[in-house]
Design a protein around this ligand. Structure first.
Ligand code: PLP
Length: 468
């Protein structure tokens, strides 16, 4: 008999979660419906073991890991040197707030900031807290009320970051009373250009909106503290902005005395083949937000860095929760940065990114691939439904079907409730493993292009149940 996927142990674990986790009732109903109608069950895995470029599920199946703990394992899973550094820090300090590693790390971070221009740092536990801290810093420094953010941006799951993010209007529902200081502006996606506009015209429109529309009819120019921007809309679908757009933002900020805040929680620390995503654009931000990769995949360490005059003397700025800058997180970050330097990790990511783009660009000839995008190892492929399918079918069902097929064939990538598949290989992934994973994706695309998706691919996976 052909192996069932997911295997029985994985399915049993998923079912165990139904009474306990959010949206479990919905998830349970969908599982039952899929089973009753003979559809394939939800394609989802539960990790039993993670090592290097691979993970294994509870049924012992191995997967190439393009999911990467949501882009938090820059050196692959369970890197032994990071594990050891964290272990040593835990045994020596346990948990205390003030310890020497905080100072060591602050010096290292100052050294790698764009242009070495952001020497002041403030640690946080999560990227969410860091993004919120950056906004609070900007508001208190400028003594202004408004922050501009973008469509499809993602800055986290705190109360403030939910209203700052433009990824999903639903995240702001019932929070309407909390978002008064946020102004959302359009982001110039390469693919979603309004009919009749060229890419440059659309970018100009987005810049005009920031510089003219907002100050003339939404908020006074001198009441805007700054612009919070991802130099690569990561969670929003790995969209890569143009140089024209990010330089335009820098210019607008300079002319208006607004702060430019670069949220590099996902694009930072080598992901794009440079230390910081913003470095591709030849501009320096005033505040930089970081997280994810700095954990080395083992212990969280996030934070913000800013110019001296912004954070050197600002008594209204308050931030940093209990576990921010904990010894284990600092130890993980320090060891990660040391390995980055010793092993040329950022250069490796850049080289692997070049290999990936060469392979992925060929996929655009498939009728279900709209676009493949990449900046270093920030990889995205967006899909459209096969020709001739019903009007009520969604493009994201196709993305989900390809992602499910990949999983079945042994490659784990991300497709949330979006028409894109996102991939975040480890920055030091073996070249042959990267090639193997992309080869599998190519096969999955060809399969779905030929066979379409079956019903089990789409509705049996309500967004938000599992978080992947
Ligand atoms: C750009 C960006 N900012 C902030 C966050 C939130 O980080 P965290 O999930 O660590 O709170 C994320 C998470 O994906 C992110 O991609």
């Amino acid at each position: 008999m052909k192996d069932r996927f997911p295997g029985p142990k994985t399915l049993a674990a998923l079912e165990r979660g139904i009474p306990f986790f959010k949206n479990g009732l919905r998830f349970g109903a969908e599982l039952k419906r899929a089973g009753q109608r003979g559809f394939r069950p939800v394609r989802q895995i539960v990790i039993d073991k993670a090592l290097g470029d691979f993970v294994w599920d509870l049924d012992g199946r191995r997967y190439i890991d393009f999911q990467n703990g949501w882009a938090t394992n820059p050196l692959g899973n369970c890197h032994p040197e990071i594990l050891e550094a964290v272990d040593v820090a835990n045994r020596r300090f346990g948990f205390h707030y003030d310890h020497p590693l905080r100072y060591d790390l602050a010096e290292m971070l100052a050294d790698i900031m764009p242009g070495k221009a952001l020497p002041r740092t403030n640690y946080e536990v999560s990227g969410t807290e860091a993004a919120e801290a950056a906004v609070h810093l900007a508001l208190t420094h400028t003594k202004r009320r408004y922050i501009i953010t973008f469509s499809s941006s993602y800055h986290g799951m705190g109360l403030a970051t939910k209203v700052l993010s433009g990824l999903d209007a639903g995240h702001g529902t019932y929070l309407e009373g909390w978002g008064g200081g946020v102004i959302k502006a359009p982001y110039p996606y390469s693919e979603r250009i309004p009919a009749g506009m060229s890419e440059d015209q659309y970018t100009d429109y987005c810049l005009w909106y920031l510089d003219n529309h907002i100050p003339s009819c939404i908020a006074a120019r001198d009441n805007i503290a700054g612009i919070l921007v991802e130099p690569g809309l990561a969670e929003g679908g790995n969209w890569i902005p143009s140089t024209r757009f990010l330089r335009g933002i820098r210019d607008i900020c300079n002319r208006n005395d607004w702060l430019m805040i670069s949220d590099e929680v996902l694009t930072g620390l080598g992901r794009t083949g440079r230390m910081w995503g913003i470095e591709h654009y030849g501009v320096e931000p005033d505040i930089l937000v970081y997280g994810k990769n700095l954990s080395g995949g083992i212990a969280p360490l996030c934070g913000i860095s800013a110019r001296d005059e912004i954070m050197g003397d600002n008594e209204d700025f308050a931030s940093g929760s209990t576990f921010a800058g904990m010894p284990a997180g600092c130890a993980a970050a320090i060891r990660t940065l040391q390995i980055f330097e010793r092993d040329g990790i950022v250069e490796q990511a850049s080289r692997l990114g070049d290999i990936a783009v060469e392979i992925m660009s060929k996929w655009e000839s498939s009728s279900i691939v709209r676009q493949s995008r990449s900046n270093g190892l920030l990889l995205g492929v967006s899909f459209c439904k096969p020709e001739g399918t019903n009007a009520d079918e969604k493009d994201w069902w196709t993305a989900r079907a390809v992602r499910s097929k990949m999983l079945e064939l042994g490659v784990w990538a991300i497709s949330d409730h979006e028409d894109t598949i996102r991939m975040y290989p480890a920055l030091n992934m073996e070249e042959s493993t990267l090639r193997d994973g992309l080869q599998v994706m190519e096969e999955a695309i060809a399969y779905v292009e030929k066979h379409g998706h079956d019903e089990g691919d789409a509705p049996a996976y309500p967004a938000g149940v599992s978080g992947f």
